[in-house]
Design a protein around this ligand. Structure first.
Ligand SMILES: *[C@@H]1O[C@H](CO)[C@@H](O)[C@H](O)[C@H]1NC(C)=O
Ligand SMILES: *[C@@H]1O[C@H](CO)[C@@H](O)[C@H](O)[C@H]1NC(C)=O
Ligand SMILES: *[C@@H]1O[C@H](CO)[C@@H](O)[C@H](O)[C@H]1NC(C)=O
Ligand SMILES: *[C@@H]1O[C@H](CO)[C@@H](O)[C@H](O)[C@H]1NC(C)=O
Ligand SMILES: *[C@@H]1O[C@H](CO)[C@@H](O)[C@H](O)[C@H]1NC(C)=O
Length: 349
């Protein structure tokens, strides 16, 4: 019938059927990761001063950040609208479920934002448990929803051995805990290029071979492939939804945003206009995309790289307890709230 009317009404019908695909609500047929930042006076979504357990690393407002513009931007996808975060809807739809962020401090960053968002909806009842130094469990008992963060710099294992700390590119031992979750959000990248005292391993092992060092991008590819194979072999994706967070960008090189000579984000108070970042996607993005394509089970790429590249203004810079220049993490409240609005679309639909 629709086809017939299309033939009859031609162009008019093409327009109608585009609308009827539901592109307007942003829940289907729309790439939510493509768009631009727009000023919105109704943001931020909560007052960070009221958020419990907020780490001094991310609490920019408390540590004196003078400008508040960075709190006032909303992500506007090009072809649909991103629903405003709704704590009640999130907890209701996820009732009885466990969600876990697995990865480095960028995972912690997003976890903190989600806790703040949910806390602002339900300030009275929640329990924070430190399971061990690596795992935190934040539970909303009224809804039996637990939000975990599991610290892992590389996803693959690092083990203490006689020769020292060994990064094992083809081994994932922590997976037995991850598997029990209903939703998993993975991330790793930040640590793969660390050298000197910040490098958390002494040797790299691939199979039976042990080396002192190797091409880091190659190591990232091998490690991530191990994770991908683990998903295919071990995760029951009928029960567990798996997401991989795209590469979270840093802003230490002004050339990327046409300000040569700038070496950090300290002077940045506004996002980049429009939808494109002139430097393009980082090389690690393509490695990750490549590895993800080889997974046969459904894994959603949580594609936050470009939209975050546009937010050179959203890092703590020196507004943290340590006054250390940080153009890697993100202020909470701030950009990671948008990540969680995007996450909410993925996990509640
Ligand atoms: C997380 O904490 C809640 C509330 O304390 C508890 O009921 C639940 O068993 C914990 N989950 C894990 C995996 O420890
Ligand atoms: C997942 O569900 C599909 C369709 O219901 C079924 O064919 C498949 O065997 C299930 N996989 C597992 C691991 O249970
Ligand atoms: C950050 O950049 C500013 C100017 O762009 C410069 O004066 C300052 O020394 C830089 N700080 C650090 C810690 O790199
Ligand atoms: C970005 O857009 C705003 C609003 O349209 C405008 O005021 C501002 O000058 C633009 N900034 C740049 C760098 O183009
Ligand atoms: C992720 O976003 C970037 C930038 O919009 C785009 O180039 C890329 O194709 C997207 N990746 C996927 C898998 O959709």
């Amino acid at each position: 019938m629709r086809l017939y009317r299309c033939l009859v009404f031609g162009l008019v019908c093409v327009c109608l059927s585009l609308v009827s695909k539901g592109e307007e609500d942003g829940l289907s047929g729309c790439n939510m990761y493509e768009g631009e930042w727009v000023w919105d006076d109704s943001y931020p979504l909560y007052d960070s001063a009221k958020c419990p357990h907020l780490r001094s690393q991310f609490d920019c407002s408390k540590y004196g950040r003078p400008d508040h513009f960075y709190l006032k931007y909303r992500w506007q996808p090009s072809k649909c609208n991103l629903p405003r975060f709704d704590g009640k809807e999130f907890l209701t739809k996820l009732r009885g479920k466990q969600i876990m962020f697995v990865g480095d401090s960028v995972s912690l960053n997003q976890w903190q934002s989600l806790i703040c968002l949910l806390h602002s909806f339900l300030p009275q009842t929640q329990i924070l448990d430190e399971l061990d130094k690596l795992v935190y469990n934040y539970t909303f008992p009224d809804y039996q929803v637990s939000v975990f963060v599991y610290h892992s710099t590389h996803l693959v294992d690092i083990e203490e051995e006689k020769i020292g700390r060994v990064l094992k590119l083809d081994s994932i031992k922590s997976g037995s805990i991850w598997k029990n979750m209903d939703i998993l959000v993975f991330n790793t990248w930040l640590w793969w290029y660390r050298t000197g005292p910040k490098q958390p391993w002494d040797y790299i092992q691939i199979g039976n071979k042990i080396v002192k060092d190797m091409d880091r991008m190659e190591a990232f590819r091998i490690g991530l492939t191990t994770w991908a194979k683990w998903v295919d072999a071990e995760v029951d994706t009928n029960k567990t939804k798996v997401l991989f967070q795209g590469i979270s960008p840093q802003h230490y090189n002004g050339i990327e945003w046409n300000e040569p000579g700038v070496t950090n984000c300290s002077k940045e108070t506004r996002p980049i206009n429009g939808s494109t970042y002139s430097a393009g996607l980082p090389k690690a993005y393509y490695v990750m995309e490549d590895v993800l394509k080889k997974i046969t089970k459904p894994v959603h790429l949580f594609n936050i790289t470009t939209l975050s590249q546009l937010r050179k203004d959203a890092h703590p810079s020196s507004y943290n307890l340590f006054k250390a220049m940080d153009c890697t993490h993100w202020c909470v409240a701030g950009l990671t709230d948008t990540w969680n609005e995007l996450l909410s679309v993925q996990v509640t639909n």
